[in-house]
Design a protein around this ligand. Structure first.
Ligand code: NAD
Ligand code: UDP
Length: 324
């Protein structure tokens, strides 16, 4: 995208795998704002060039279209590798099970190999899904989880658990300065309207006037973090002496039915709420314990649900099909 080579500069150079995705593009913006050069590596399997289009003329930014499950070749200087590449929405990883396992395993191996070869720092975007359908609540980092390895979500959960394991192996065996962040449900502008995750799903349905599809009886809980807060947590972890794992998420927990009701209230839609089958192994509860992030990183979320959700609605408003 850029004619100059960011890796030939005096500025610190970060590689962001998954840089054309929702979180990767926001992280790229933050790193550029912090004065770094950024090389985004993405095969666009679930991401979009639209997310990085505003950076096309930025000389500190370069985009490489590449599948990181194969060898990653970056000439020149690299100071930090942020490994975010992976399908992340349940419907994406259910449609892309082998690619999800490969990018969690081979992709993480390649990203770690790049960090080791360059003497760079490394951060893996892990997930609250490593806790599976959790038996302790809220989830603390010392909880080992309750994951069904052979269920449909196992392709994502086990890939991320492997990714954490190989990250620790590179730390212990090769001395790579690694960080593990466990990301809890995050939302905001640049999510795909139809990626199936509950935030774009309900906002899109409410704006289009179609039924709001609550899975199960809607009593399962989630805790939603606005993207700016999440990116700040990731950035702080990457700059800290801590290796993690550290939970980053917003502890404000609600049931999915409450979330549906809040969306219908804010958007003032005529959409009815309709109940659908609960997907297999859908976690019943999820809420991060963020004591560690507070203590180690001085981090806690600042954006209220109302503020974050309104900004997200305004992003989706021009992107939805108009009501019939
Ligand atoms: P996303 O789908 O928007 O972004 C993922 C990006 O990775 C996409 O641009 C995609 O094209 C790219 N990608 C996938 N496989 C690739 C490969 N083999 N080679 C190169 N690029 C590849 O999803 P997101 O929400 O931005 O998630 C980013 C990361 O954060 C993922 O690792 C995800 O597991 C993790 N995460 C996200 C959340 C969340 O709530 N958003 C929660 C937990 C963990
Ligand atoms: N969900 C829902 N309706 C939808 C999409 C999701 O009720 O149209 C539910 C889903 O079953 C889960 C929660 O919302 O309990 C969050 O789903 P999401 O796909 O956003 O991510 P997850 O937290 O399950 O990874």
């Amino acid at each position: 995208m850029s004619s100059q080579d960011p890796s030939s500069s005096e500025k610190s150079v970060s590689v962001v795998t998954g840089g054309a995705g929702f979180l990767g593009s926001h992280l790229t913006d933050r790193l550029l704002a912090e004065g770094r050069k950024v090389i985004a590596v993405d095969n666009l399997i679930t991401g979009s060039k639209e997310n990085i289009a505003h950076l096309a003329d930025n000389p500190d930014f370069e985009f490489i279209e590449h599948d990181v499950s194969t060898f990653i070749d970056i000439p020149g200087r690299v100071d930090f590798v942020y490994h975010l590449a992976s399908p992340a929405s349940p419907i994406d990883y259910l449609e892309l099970p082998i690619q999800t396992l490969k990018v969690g395993a081979l992709g993480t191996h390649n990203a770690l190999g790049l960090a080791k070869a360059k003497g760079a720092g490394f951060l893996i975007a892990s997930t609250s899904e490593v806790y599976g359908d959790p038996l302790i609540h809220p989830q603390t980092e010392d909880y080992w989880g309750n994951v069904n390895p052979i269920g449909p979500r196992g392709v994502y959960d086990e890939a991320k658990r492997f990714a954490e394991a190989i990250t620790m192996a590179y730390r212990r065996t090769h001395g790579v300065d690694t960080k593990i962040v466990r990301i809890f449900n995050t939302y905001g502008p640049r999510m795909r309207l139809r990626d199936g995750r509950v935030v774009p799903a309900f906002i899109g349905q409410a704006l289009e006037g179609t039924p709001i599809t609550v899975f199960g009886d809607g009593s399962q809980t989630r805790s939603f973090c606005f993207v700016r807060d999440l990116i700040d947590g990731i950035y702080r972890l990457s700059m800290s002496d801590s290796s993690g794992p550290v939970n980053i998420g917003n502890p404000a927990e609600m049931t999915i039915l409450q979330f549906a009701e809040k969306i219908t209230e804010i958007i003032d839609t005529s959409s009815p709420i309709e109940f659908r089958d609960l997907p297999e192994d859908d976690p019943k509860v999820r809420q991060p314990d963020i004591s560690l992030a507070k203590e180690l990183l001085g981090w806690e979320p600042k954006v209220s649900f109302d503020e974050g959700i309104r900004e997200t609605i305004e992003y989706f408003r021009p992107r939805v099909d108009k009501p019939a």
